[in-house]
Design a protein around this ligand. Structure first.
Ligand SMILES: [Zn+2]
Length: 268
């Protein structure tokens, strides 16, 4: 199996916000030999502020253990950090042949080991595991807590893994077509600067409906607001508004309307 360069797309299928950590596509202790299981961890990182303060450690390692330590990070907000596409040092020794470093995906969720899990983080955790099972053809039973496959480990703390796996199984049973809104979002094209098509009008209408179009944006348009709304061109003025919208929603402000921004625009 090569480097798992599909992991960012898999993460986006959860509907959670996704951060692709620079260099992730080639990061790893060699390629990932196979994927037979998923191992859930908590970082035991500091209780202090920030969404994912353990990022540097998970990416770069710590004294005695070089990074990457896991493929994914999971922030307190439910944001998924895609850190590595190759093999990671997240579980050794393993009591399960399906969950050693060469055979499994690791997820390091931000938690200091005692603090409660925010609901949004827990939900994102379940959905990420479900999408990984779907991608690699695994049953929910292959999702394990670190403590279930390594007797020396306590993580992730206080999560009932039978409940967790039942939630994963429920999503898998629902199938990829369970939500018609997801289908619609999937069918929408990515809009970038310079594009010229009717979906650009949808972007304009949504931004306006969400209150993200100040009068100054269409002041110079010959037909005022109507002309602005009718334009099929993704010009630089529109892209700036998209960036402001993304910033307001905590989405990466790249000015590209893709799978992460469409649901927020359409509020699905
Ligand atoms: Zn662990």
């Amino acid at each position: 199996m090569p480097f798992l360069t599909q992991l960012a797309d898999v993460a986006r299928r959860t509907g959670s916000p996704v951060t692709e950590v620079a260099g992730w596509r080639t990061r790893g202790h060699g390629p990932q030999p196979e994927v037979q299981g998923v191992v859930c961890h908590h970082t035991a990182g500091p209780a202090g502020g920030g969404d994912y303060p353990s990022l540097a450690v998970v990416r770069d390692g710590r004294p005695g253990l070089s990074g990457p330590l896991s493929h994914f990070g999971l922030g307190r907000s439910g944001r998924i950090y895609v850190i590595a596409a190759g093999r990671c040092w997240h579980n050794a020794p393993s009591t399960s042949a399906w969950h050693d470093n060469s055979s499994s995906i690791g997820i390091e969720a931000e938690n200091n080991g005692t603090q409660p899990w925010p609901e949004v983080q827990r939900e994102s955790y379940v959905r990420l595991c479900a999408e990984l099972c779907r991608e690699f053809g695994l049953p929910a039973s292959r999702v394990k807590a670190h403590r279930e496959v390594n007797t020396a480990k306590p993580d992730p703390h206080s999560i009932d893994m039978n409940d967790f796996r039942a939630s994963v199984a429920a999503i898998l049973k629902g199938g990829p077509d369970a939500s018609w809104t997801e289908e619609i979002v999937r069918s929408l094209p990515t809009i970038r600067l310079g594009d010229d098509n009717y979906d650009v009008k949808t972007v304009r209408a949504c931004l306006f409906a969400r209150g993200h179009v100040p009068a100054a944006a269409y002041g110079d348009s010959p037909d005022g607001l109507r002309g602005w709304l009718e334009s099929t061109r993704a010009d630089s003025g529109l892209i700036e508004l998209v960036q402001a919208f993304q910033q307001a929603r905590g989405i990466g402000a790249d000015g590209v309307v893709g799978p992460e921004t469409w649901p927020s625009l359409l509020r699905v």
